[in-house]
Design a protein around this ligand. Structure first.
Ligand code: SF4
Ligand code: SF4
Length: 246
């Protein structure tokens, strides 16, 4: 066998091994999360915006923050960002969905000091979706999570997180577009992991700093108090200790 033939055979073997390593895409739905079906993936977003109307909290990564900072738009996003302490103990930085209009007599719900818990907003619309114009207000700067939807990567497999998405099975996806979408899903997984490792540490440091600043401010305020005011404050503390509220 010539050297060229040997090289061609080796290349073919390598390509085959690479193909074997390619992760399969799996479909999943709420009803059949355990049931997975291997599927040939074709997708073309129809811009129906169904996902923007019911996405719930959208995870934000350092990639998004860097993109917004570079494009000079980060301040526009700040009012919509929130920290979500998830039931599993992890913390996500999210785009917080807008609460629905409060019912009559319940107007205080949703006010700054009485926010609607995130758990009640899991099916609500993205705050950056304009319902009247039927468009994303930040399409050029949309988060990574929106760029890869409905495809997700978990470090091993690709998963379709919304089998109802009308863009699934739409013809016309090129190999380059498929590769780009898979790369974006992988980047999302990497960036989300990075965020989930870093955020609890930052959260703790910031909370600690805020507590220390508050204690220092209280201490300074007390040291500036007159003896008379301090005596009054002591009196209040004593009363509270004698009859603590249940
Ligand atoms: S990703 Fe799917 S649900 Fe979202 S706008 Fe595109 S086609 Fe519609
Ligand atoms: S940021 Fe834009 S694309 Fe993403 S969910 Fe919101 S409206 Fe839709």
């Amino acid at each position: 066998m010539s050297e060229n033939n040997k090289a061609n055979e080796n290349n073919a073997k390598n390509e085959e091994t690479e193909r074997e390593k390619e992760p399969e895409i799996e479909e999943s739905s709420e009803e059949s999360k355990k049931e997975t079906t291997k599927a040939k993936f074709t997708f073309k977003c129809t811009r129906c915006d169904a996902c923007c109307l019911s996405r719930g909290p959208i995870p934000i990564t350092f990639y998004d923050l860097e993109m917004w900072a570079k494009n000079g738009v980060i301040a526009n996003f700040l009012p919509y960002l929130d920290i979500y302490n998830k039931p599993d103990g992890s913390i996500d930085l999210i785009l917080k969905p807008l609460p629905p209009k409060p019912k009559e007599g319940d107007e205080s719900k949703g006010a700054p000091f009485n926010p609607v818990p995130i758990e009640e907003l899991l099916e609500e619309k993205c705050p950056l979706y304009n319902k009247e114009k039927k468009e994303c207000l930040v399409y050029e700067n949309r988060p990574l999570s929106c760029r890869t939807y409905p495809l997700e990567f978990d470090g091993k497999n690709f998963t379709i997180v919304d089998v109802e998405c009308p863009g699934l099975n739409e013809e016309g996806m090129t190999i380059e577009e498929l590769k780009e979408m898979r790369d974006t899903a992988k980047r999302m997984f990497y960036e989300l992991t990075r965020m989930r490792i870093t955020l609890p540490v930052l959260n703790q440091l910031i909370t600690q700093k805020v507590m220390m600043d508050l204690m220092r401010q209280n201490f300074e305020a007390m040291s500036k108090m007159s003896d008379e005011d301090r005596a009054k404050l002591d009196e209040i503390f004593k009363k509270n200790q004698e009859s603590p509220e249940d």
